[in-house]
Each structure stands twice: as C-alpha cells, then as structure tokens.
Design a protein around this ligand. Sequence first.
Ligand code: PRX
Length: 649
Amino acid sequence: MSDHSHVYPVSDDFARNAWADKDTYQKLYRQSVEDPQGFWKEQAERLDWIKTPTTIKNTSYASDNVDIRWFEDGTLNVSANCLDRHLATRGDQTAIIWEGDDPNESAHITYRELYERTCQLANALKSLGVKKGDTVTLYMPMIPEAAMAMLACARIGAVHSVVFGGFSPDALAQRIKDAASRVVITADESVRGGKQVPLKENVDAALTRDGTDVAEKVLVVKRTGGNIDWHESRDVWYHDLVDGQDTECPAEEVNAEDPLFILYTSGSTGTPKGLKHTSGGYLLYAGLTHQYVFDYQDGEVYWCTADVGWVTGHSYIVYGPLANGATTLMFEGVPSYPTHGRMGEIVDKHKVSILYTAPTAVRALMAHGDHVMDSSKRDSLRLLGSVGEPINPEAWEWYHRVIGNSKCPIVDTWWQTETGGIMIAPLPGATDLKPGSATLPLFGVQPALVDNEGKLLEGATDGNLVILDAWPGQARSIWGNHERFIQTYFSTYEGMYFTGDGCRRDEDGYYWITGRVDDVLNVSGHRMGTAEIESSLVAHQAVAEAAVVGFPHDIKGQGIYIYVTLTDEVEPSEELRKELTQWVRKDIGPIASPDHIQWAPGLPKTRSGKIMRRILRKIAANECDGLGDTSTLADPSVVDDLIEHRAIR
Ligand code: PRX
C-alpha cells in the first residue's frame, strides 16, 4: 500500500450531480466538528420526531464516566420514520426488491405493503405479550420477513437482537440467554447456494441449553416447507398468527436514547459482546451516511450484499436506505450460485445503480479471471462500495475495471459494529480516490492516531486509530455490562474511543486501515475473537492447550491457524484433526472453520507463562526469518519444532 499508487480524481459528472462536492464536504465537515451542537441540530430535521429534541449532544468519554446521549429529550418511532412518513409520497414505490437464492424467484414489496405487513407482525408480537423494552431474538434467512421483524420490533418499542443464520445452536443459545429474549423469530430452513440450512432445528437445539428457558415462544416462517419438529406449546407458525392481524398498528413513542437493537460481536477476550444501539442518533446517522457516501438519488436501486445478521445489514440494507425512502435489494443467496456470474446477473436483472460488497467477494470472483463477469453487462452501475476489511489495491483495481466497467467510483467504507454507521470513507462527488485507502472522515468524526502510550501523533505516520469525540451513531453500552464497555473501548487511551485498528495517515491526510492490533481475526469480513476459538478447542478432551492466530489468505483476507498441544495420552492423527475442525464448526459455526491445525508439543511462552503470539503469527505466515528476540522464552527450543512442522511454506 503506497501513497504513490494511482489516484482517481472525482469526475466532473459526479461532482456536479452529487449530494456533496469538495466545497460542500469541507464546509459541512468543518461545521460538524467546530459546532457539533448546531450541525446535529440541523441534521436532526432529517427525522420525523414526535417531540423535537432541544438537547442535542450530551456526551462524556472520561473513563470514570462514559455516558453518551444524543437528542435525549426527543421522542420518535424508528419504524414510522422508515415507513409511515413515506406512504403519502411513495406508497407505491418499491421498498424492498427480494432476490431469491433460486434465480427464478424474486419479489417487489412496496412501501405500503411493507408498512402493512410490518404492522401485522407488530400486532402479532403484541399478541404474544411482547412489550416496549422486551428483547426479541431473530435467527432468520435473508427474506423480507427479516426486515419486517426488525421494523415490527421497532414499531412497538421492543429491542431486536439479530443472530446471523450461520451461527451454531450454542452460539445462538448464548445470545438468547444474554439478551433474555422471550420470543425468537426464525424460519423452518434457509436456502443458500441451493442448500438448506436447518434454522428451526438449530433453534430447537439452542433451546435445550441451560438458561434458555426464558424463550417461551418461537415464531416460524415457512420458507421451504421442509420437515421440522414441532413443540405444540411453544412453536407458532408465522402465517397462522400474522396473516389475520390488523394492517394498522400504532407506532409506540420511544425516547431517542431508548434501545433499538442489540448486536453481538467478538472482541479479543471473553464472550461476544452485545452492543447496545439506541434509536434517534443511530437512525439519523445511518440515514445521513447512506445518502452521502452512496450518493443515493431518488428512484435508484441500491444493493448491499451483506447479511442482516451483521451490522452492515442493519444499517445499510434496512435502516439507512428505508429512512431515506430508497429501494433496497435483499439477496437470499450467495454470489457463486448457480454460477460465479450471479452478482452481475442480479445487477442487470434489477438495474442496480449502487453495489456495496466485501473485498473477500471481489477477490473470490477475481480468482476466476475477467471472464467470470461475461454473463452480464452491469451498465446500470454508477457507484461501488467496499466494507468489512482492508481492500488490497489489486482487488480494488479489478473491482473498478471489471465489475464497474472502469466508470464507477469505489467508496471504501471503514466502520465497525460499535460505530453504527460509516466513519471514514470517500464521498464520491468530493473525494479523490486512492485504491486501498478509506480516505477521509465523515461528518462529526474526528479520527486520530496515537502511539502505544496514547500520545497523539501528527502528520503522516502509523499508529493506533482512535476517535476523539462522540458521534450520534455510536453504541452506547454493552448489554447488561457498562463496565465492560468502558474497559474495552475507553480505558486504553484516556478520553478517546479506541477502535482496535492500526492505521496509517499519508501526506494528504488520507487514512489507510492496516488491520486489527488486538487478538481479533477478520476472516472473509467476519469478525472473530481468537479467545473464542481457543476456549472452544480446550473444551475438547484431547486438547491441553490451543493458540489461534490469523495468517494472510488470498481470498479470505485472513485465515485461521491453530496450534494445538494435545493431552499426554493422546496421539496426533488425521482423524483427530478432522474431529477438531468439526468441533469448532459445530461450537461456533462454519465461519470459524480452521484452515490449518498444527500439532504443537509446546507453545512459545515467556517465563511468566504468557504465550508469545507474535512468534506464532510469524510462523503461521511462513516468515520464520524475522522472529526477533526469542531469548526471553521459557523454552526457546519449542520454536524450532514449530518452524519445522509449520503448515505453510
Ligand atoms: O478491522 C476493521 C475491519 O472490520 C472491523 C469491524 O468489524 P465489524 O464490527 O464486524 O464490522 C464490519 C462492517 C462494518 C474493523 O475494526 N474493517 C471494516 N471495514 C473496513 C475494515 N478494515 C479496513 N477497511 C475497511 N473498509
């Protein structure tokens, strides 16, 4: 990644027609950081408030008092902002285009229809006893009912917790328990790449785990009609309960700071954290960033390929686009099914203008060569977006040249589950692009780089990425554990939000994210804590100790490399390797599949017993020459054995 790579200047066409050109961006950005109260007061007019807020920003990052409030005396309803207020002007406009896994299946849902079906579901939830402040867990396929379920919760002031459909029963159980959800919404099966995933069976299994008896009702969408077990007193068919409900449901008035959703994500230690996002600031920020970063223009078809189980799906399939009255495409399947040309074919079929996807998807296509896109023209595309991990310049150039026919700017958007919305990204009418750089901060975002002691670094340099002041979209806490929220994000560097990412700033002030500086992996854009995988492995009777590190992977960005020390009586074998692989997949989910398991008679540890991951990362990356000082190890000879038996060379 060099600053001297090709620069793609803003095209005149874009600058003329976009929501922001260079001057507008600079003016708004300056105002947003010099006068946040004034800037956000004005921006608050984007939303329909029941009671207009008079207090705008009231935030503290002091580690003894992390307290983040925006618009705290305002009230509103998020679903009314995404639905009701559009009915008069765009009731007949398509809100959601649904594209099935099977290329012959698709549907258009208008704003009116989305409104009515959401109201019906909201009434159904009420009939199950769900009230304002209750949590509802969603474990769903990529079908319109997933968006309706989120909006229906928001409508009655309930808090949704969406769990990605690829997670295992244990992972699901943990999340149902932590959020104490009385109701779970799921489907019989989901369909991805022509294969069925047994969602209902996974819910059944999850609800046998200790502590999940809080869940009293399971609402089941019939997606495939596949065989499932039925628990008469607990399970309810979605169509039985929802279809007969009234198509009107009054929108509950909630405070701007009332929770909208919980979303679990991995950190460097402990169990996944349930980030708590609230209503007013989150929605405002999702809508604002969706409009400016994607330069969304009325009537365009916009497609974000994420799953609703991730924050990208929350902010940029559902809330941001719908707050803006956009047409958002929701795809049930995978980009490689039935062929690798599918993504381009969907673009042509629905005349997609804006495509937002992940570098891992781009690299997977790129590996098949330019011809992979021959089955489509993609001439409706105007803008491309990237999210989830650093995009290497080669993949950026290929995305630009092949998918975008060399005519679409690419917005590389850096953000996190914690940030609620995009933080650092180009605005296509305002920012010259450098492949591999997320470029400049959005309105209200004050990034900075610090050294390990927390000293602010100036000018072109490398450092740890922090954010100096609050923005409306950020998470307010960790569900049920504010102390952990403070510890994780606000105690490393006093008075600053620590992102966990390393970053470089170049001479033009452009930011280049270099990846996590903590023990968090990013595998195909999926975030995973090494500690989670390690604790899964040591729960296996054959495993005495395990250490997990990431290594560079051509397509996934990072792969999972595991060092396993077996208990004394166990011999290594291929069967055991397979068994451990299955074990982790079953425990966490297929996204945590190990790429390599190396048998390690011993792990490199300091004399105080701390595993030196730096050395393990180097060996996994096959960089054995630069191991640095190993003299502080309790037993330096273990390193030679690890090098000799390394999996990649
Ligand atoms: O390391 C950064 C990486 O993904 C992390 C956040 O992951 P998650 O909370 O799952 O959210 C992903 C979608 C917003 C970050 O700490 N990351 C995300 N986007 C980028 C990125 N790294 C580099 N460039 C990006 N555009």
